[in-house]
Every structure is written in C-alpha cells, then in structure tokens.
Design a protein around this ligand. Structure first.
Ligand SMILES: [Zn+2]
Length: 154
C-alpha cells in the first residue's frame, strides 16, 4: 500500500470513529477507486507487454521470411539452369532419336538383291541390284560376242 492509501485508510477509520460515516465512506471509496485504477494500470501494462512480444515475434518472422525469399530466389535460379540443361539434353536426345529413326526407315525401305543378297534401295525389274545387273549385261555381251564369232567362223 502507498502512503496515500495508508493516509486514506487512517482517515476513513478516524471519521467513522467520530460518527461521520459519510466522510468515512468517501475515503473508503477513494481507496477502492485507487485499487481499481491500479488493477486497470496493471492490465494495460500486461497488454502492452503482450503487444511488444507479438511485435518481436512478428519481426522475427519477417526476418525468417526474408531469408526464405533469398533462398527461393537462389533455388529458382538453379531450377531455371536445370530446365535449360534438360531442354538442351532433350534436343540432343531428339536429334539422336531422329537419326536412328531415319536409319531404321532406310533399312526398312531396302530390299535384297536375289542374286548377291545385298540390301539396296532399288532393284531392277528382275530383282537384281545395279551391280548384278551390270555384271549380267557384261556377261550377255560377252556371250553375244562369242556367238557372233562362232557364227562368223561357221
Ligand atoms: Zn546383286
């Protein structure tokens, strides 16, 4: 209790002793009001303290979010680099696939020469490759030449 409260207490008792109850009540009321104000003050003090703690927590959270933001920016950069690399890889893969596909298509369109077994793009109407066809033509020519000589010799 403060000095003021002590004094009010003494005054209240004194006045009541002397039969001045109204004055006693007045001092009593003043005492009660001081108690009430003290309580209110304590509540306000606690409330302000609470707000300060909240503010400190909020500031901490802001710091955390800021560093998280920096981390995200870095990760985003790394992610973009990774995407670029993957895109490059995809293009390379596609080129490899395309050349393989082309080779396969070529091999499928090849046909086999019935005489030498070589696989070529085109066969003659007699199903020979151009080399076999050429060889055959030379053979025929030599044969014709020989026949002519034989006929001439007869
Ligand atoms: Zn052939």
């Amino acid at each position: 209790m403060s000095e003021l409260q002590d004094m009010l207490c003494v005054q209240a008792r004194l006045h009541r002793k002397q039969g001045a109850n109204a004055l006693g009540d007045l001092f009593e009321n003043a005492l009660n009001e001081i108690e009430l104000l003290k309580k209110t003050y304590n509540q306000l003090f606690d409330a302000v303290q609470g707000e300060r703690e909240q503010l400190a927590k909020a500031n901490e959270r802001v710091k955390e979010l800021e560093s998280y933001n920096v981390k995200l920016a870095n990760e985003s950069h790394e992610y973009q680099q990774l995407c670029a690399e993957l895109e490059k890889q995809r293009e390379t893969d596609y080129e490899v696939w395309q050349s393989k596909y082309q080779a396969l298509k070529d091999s499928l369109s090849l046909t086999t020469c019935y005489e030498c077994g070589t696989r070529v793009h085109e066969l003659s109407p007699r199903s020979r490759c151009c080399m076999c066809e050429y060889g055959r033509a030379q053979f025929n020519e030599r044969e014709n030449e020989q026949l002519r000589r034989e006929q001439e010799g007869e």
